[in-house]
Design a protein around this ligand. Structure first.
Ligand SMILES: [Fe+2]
Length: 483
């Protein structure tokens, strides 16, 4: 059988499957100097199609996981990428073709893989409990070796996790060395079960709370404060009748409300407070924090459907809506179910990150992809700049690598243990589209508009990755974060 990808934009240009595992020792320096105090590893993960899809209407969040690492050692930077050898990957490798059909729809899979794990392991990489875990929200984590990226296998916390999957957006509490995570549709496709877990520094489950979602929605991300947990439920919903008929796994329901469940980190089911509001959606949260009895959630909010490839259930056409950083405020003191909403940044922005020592705390700086001045001039959304918002002043500063280049999610690295908030670097993969290759930019997080303090060249393309994490060398050795 010939290997031929469909002739569609998804697989053209920057999106063309790469299907290559790479090792590049000592990246070339284009300009600047790699800070000597950067010692550790940037891990990232994204999809890369192993074989042409079974169906022509593939979507970009599908595709087998490729793990990437950039190891910084005394001014040297080495790059490595490896496929995550998930069960799905190994089955397809053997068959020399795709065996899994439409996104998350097991009713469209090849009959030979009935009952097998269809997880792609393509969304995020985290280091916790002395393990490097590659995550995709439809399945359990896959452990890979932190030095070689060699796949070790699926990880269910020694049987302690009974859910069928774990989120790709857990939060690592760097102060307590705890992992806060969850599973949605936790007992199977289309179920309303959701479970929240806390794992300690050794990966032992120390908290587990099961409850039910208002509908079998997608819960791609959540947020925590120092004291509480917030689960947003946007009306992007699984209808198993549609799925069984080979349809999309999710559909947008503009007639349904958003719901938010808020409870103490160590709370019980009876502690859950519910809030409701008009239909909206989001992929990613920037942060959440407490202010007295109020709890604030900063989220890149779409006033409509954030997923063009998950259609409306009623056939109504997709209406583009830009993501805007929005603060939703919930009052836990009063007996009300509504919440306040305030746009913090009108400029479209996505893939928000922060100085992660401030997860759950009052914080000043947020980093994200945002609309570049070039895109603004062209009248498009084009999130091709890196932005830094200062919540104290409301000011946005940006850096754009140029009109023909794109950027990927920025990752903050503190300059040193005990550094002030925002005192450190941003690591940013730059897509050099015309040259079909990547750069890695190191920005000073306090002055991103000045451009990179070091710009490193890759002779190859790092196909778009979704998320990742910086792991200090010390944390890799000891398993303990020291902030
Ligand atoms: Fe995500």
């Amino acid at each position: 059988m010939e290997i031929k990808f469909p002739n569609i934009p998804l697989y053209q240009g920057w999106g063309a499957p790469l299907r290559v595992e790479s090792d590049l020792r000592d990246l070339e320096l284009i300009h600047g100097q790699v800070p000597e105090d950067l010692n550790g590893t940037l891990y990232r993960c994204g999809p890369d199609r192993q074989y042409p899809p079974m169906h022509g209407d593939d979507i970009f969040i599908d595709g087998e996981g490729m793990a990437h690492m950039f190891r910084f050692t005394n001014g040297h930077v080495d790059y490595r990428s490896r496929w995550v050898r998930s069960e799905r990957f190994l089955l397809q490798e053997q068959a020399r073709r795709s065996l899994f059909g439409r996104y998350r729809n097991r009713y469209t899979n090849d009959p030979s893989v009935a009952g097998r794990n269809q997880g792609t392991a393509n969304t995020n990489a985290i280091w916790h409990g002395r393990k490097l875990l590659i995550l995709k929200e439809d399945s359990l984590p896959v452990e890979v070796h932190p030095d070689t990226l060699e796949t070790i296998g699926p990880w269910d916390y020694q049987g302690a996790v009974k859910a069928v999957s774990l989120s790709a957006h857990p939060k690592v509490d760097l102060h307590r060395n705890e992992l806060l995570t969850y599973s949605y549709q936790a007992t199977g496709d289309g179920s309303t079960d959701i479970v929240f877990y806390i794992m300690d520094a050794e990966g032992k489950v120390t908290q587990e709370l099961w409850f039910n979602m208002p509908y079998p929605g997608m819960v791609h991300d959540f947020a925590v404060t120092d004291t509480h947990v917030i689960f947003p439920f946007w009306p992007v919903i699984t209808d198993m009748t549609v799925v069984r008929n080979g349809g999309p796994y999710y559909q947008w329901h503009p007639d349904k409300e958003c719901h938010f469940a808020i409870f103490p980190r160590r709370g019980k089911a009876e502690d859950i407070r519910w809030f409701r509001g008009p239909a909206a959606s989001a992929g990613h949260m920037m942060n959440a924090f407490n202010e007295g009895a109020r709890l604030h959630l900063d989220v890149c909010l779409y006033q409509g459907n954030c997923f063009e490839f998950f259609p409306s259930y009623d056939g109504s056409p997709y209406r583009p809506c830009p993501p805007q950083l929005t603060r939703l405020s919930f009052d836990l003191d009063q007996n009300r179910t509504d919440y306040a909403s305030r746009i913090l940044l009108p400029t479209p922005s996505e893939m928000p990150r922060i100085d992660e020592r401030y997860i759950g705390k009052t914080y000043r700086y947020g980093y994200m992809l945002c609309r570049s001045p070039d895109a603004a001039a062209a009248g498009t959304i084009g999130l091709s700049a890196i932005g830094c918002i200062d919540h104290e002043t409301g000011a946005l500063t940006t850096w754009s690598p140029g009109p023909d280049s794109g950027v990927q999610e920025p990752i903050f690295v503190p300059r040193q243990i005990g550094a002030a908030e925002g005192d450190g670097y941003l690591l940013v993969l730059v897509n050099r589209m015309p040259e079909n290759r990547s750069d890695l930019a190191v920005l000073d997080a306090r002055s991103i508009a000045d451009g990179p303090v070091a710009l490193l060249k890759l002779s190859l393309r790092v196909r778009s990755t979704f998320h990742g994490m910086w792991v200090p060398g010390q944390a890799l050795q000891t398993g303990i974060y020291n902030v």
